[in-house]
Ligand binder design. Structure first.
Ligand code: C2E
Ligand code: MG
Ligand code: MG
Ligand code: MG
Length: 287
């Protein structure tokens, strides 16, 4: 509200507020309808071994197949879904669907290089009282092994409510489910703090990777994080690799895993099996 704008300014402010409220309510209704109408779909982005580009895992990424607006990226709805609580229903569907799909790729297919599916879990979803049970049920229903599931959480979740989160992380890990910290480097946690948490994997945020070829300091920082992570028994996945030079630099640092447009964009499920074949088998197939 601008100073001295008087009554009309106040009215405009009220009406903006009203519009925002109506929009939020509409979004909330739309998200709940979208769950009922089964409008959410998953794409999968390969996670590869940097040394030989073998696909070791896939990250499930949700999209909203909107009847009139087309395929919507999470950018348009995940935050609103968090605020309205719709993320709990969406997230639960994502976990069940990703496990169902992954079990299909794995079971009776010894040739596949796929070892796990990575699923994003929002803070609000993780904090639901029966989250661990929900995971257990989803594993039972799908026939997937707990070792096939990697849950991606954020630094801020680990930093807040430490006690309940810690207990749940321990329970999940006792089941055999692995835990990753997503977007590492964008929050405020330290590696030494993380090491005290039951965490298996660090996903280094794209913003860290972007400048490794152009900034000596950024290169040194990523190199140090990779070395320290390995000394702390954490695996590292570099996110957002777009150039061959970045792949080579990260490989030379000893970073074992990567993900990014350089290897593959998020893909429809039908395109995954053909990629998840050992490099030698892939060559033979083309001969
Ligand atoms: P994220 O978990 O960090 O996922 C990586 C995002 O980076 C994906 O965007 C992916 O498409 C994009 N990306 C991967 N490689 C590259 C690259 O080389 N260059 C660029 N520019 N981008 C790359 P997407 O699919 O739009 O997802 C955005 C975010 O939405 C995700 O970030 C995640 O935080 C959230 N999200 C996605 N699916 C889910 C879900 O099922 N549940 C929850 N709670 N959040 C989700
Ligand atoms: Mg993620
Ligand atoms: Mg990420
Ligand atoms: Mg990210």
């Amino acid at each position: 509200l601008a100073k001295g704008s008087g009554k009309s300014g106040w009215r405009r402010y009220q009406s903006d507020l009203h519009t925002a409220m109506v929009q939020r309510l509409e979004m909330r209704t739309a998200l709940h309808e979208a769950i009922e109408r089964e409008q959410f779909v998953l794409q999968y982005q390969p996670i590869v071994e940097l040394a030989d580009q073998r696909v070791t895992g896939v990250e499930a990424l949700v999209r909203w197949q909107h009847p009139s607006r087309g395929l919507l990226s999470p950018f348009f709805f995940v935050e609103a879904a968090e605020e309205s609580g719709a993320i709990v229903g969406i997230g639960s569907w994502v976990i069940r669907e990703a496990l169902r799909q992954f079990a299909r790729w794995r079971v009776g297919n010894p040739q596949t290089t796929l070892r796990y599916v990575s699923v994003n879990v929002s803070a609000r979803q993780f904090r639901t009282v029966d989250f661990v049970d929900q995971i257990r049920r989803a594993l039972d229903e799908s026939g997937a092994r707990p070792q096939w599931l990697l849950l991606e959480i954020t630094e801020s979740l680990v930093l807040r409510d430490a006690e309940k989160v810690l207990a749940d992380l321990k329970a999940l890990r006792a089941m055999g489910v692995r835990i990753a910290i997503d977007d590492f480097g964008t929050g405020y946690s330290s590696l030494s703090y993380l090491r005290q948490m039951p965490v298996d994997v660090l996903k280094l945020d794209k913003s860290f990777i972007d400048d490794i070829l152009t900034s000596r300091q950024q290169h040194a920082l990523v190199d140090a994080i990779v070395t320290l992570s390995h000394n702390l028994d954490l695996a590292v996945v570099a996110e957002g690799i777009e150039e061959v030079g970045q792949r080579a630099a990260l490989d030379a640092m000893g970073c074992r895993y990567g993900q990014g447009y350089h290897f593959a964009k998020p893909l429809w499920p039908a395109d995954i099996p053909a990629l998840a074949v050992a490099p030698s088998a892939r060559q033979e197939a083309t001969v």
